[in-house]
Design a protein around this ligand. Sequence first.
Ligand SMILES: [Fe+2]
Length: 303
Amino acid sequence: MKKTLLSIGVAVETDLSNINKQEISTLQDLLYKNRIIVIKNNELTEKQFCDFAHLMGEPIPYLQKNYNHPEHDLIFVSSNVKQGNTQKIGVPRTGGYWHSDTAFEEDPKLITMLMPKILPLKSPRTTRFIDMSSVYKNLPLHLKNAIEDVEFLHSGRYKYKVRPEDVGLDVSEILEMIDYIQAPVAHPAVITHPYTKEKIIYASRGFTIGIKNKGLDESKKVLNELFDFAEQQEFVKEIQWEKGDLIIWDNRFLAHSSGRKKAPTDDIHVEVSKEEETMMYRITLKDGLPLTEEKKIYCNNNN
Ligand SMILES: [Fe+2]
């Protein structure tokens, strides 16, 4: 297996149509130690993509069915392709903000596998990443103290994509519906990676909406300071998509954002209509490890 280090993660040359168990373990080890692996030069069919996901863990379909591929429900489709030979599937313009996939679920799917299907012709497409273990290591002490032993609340409510059938609902009704489908969940603010034992801040500006048992003002102050620190250029790395890539990352370590460039505009609809066509397939999966290593509780039996 040929490996090349990237600005974040490692590129790997291997043939996924003919991979054995030992190589899967090697890929998982590389993934946890490097945060991201980019497997090069495999143009998989939808079925091959799903089959490979089953080798890497337990893939789970995304909870909102309108995102999923009509024939392969494990595949979440991000696509703005409108016409031509390709049928309109999936949802356009996903993930253009810092987030960790499915963090708003009780049992987040911690591994993401991304496969570019249609790449834009003019401007290269990228995904940006922040290694939140690196942020933790460099965090000012007062912020470290503020987030130690607290739980963050996560929700996808502010990133919900309004569907045609939502027209006529007011925003508060839409928010109630989102909370009914998936109420906000609490996860430890600082987790310990179950494989590498590193400490990581499990949070993102897109999905982390508060601190459990803290007031709105205090939560906002701490979270804004934390995200302003984490999103500094020194922590942001970028991976450029190429045809045949399979990009796999561990959501415990990484916050990510689509690298789509935002143009300043007073009419977002005009900008959206100018965007180049792109289609990306995603599968999220459970890897058999917990979000965080269990805290050891020592009992004193001498009482
Ligand atoms: Fe994402």
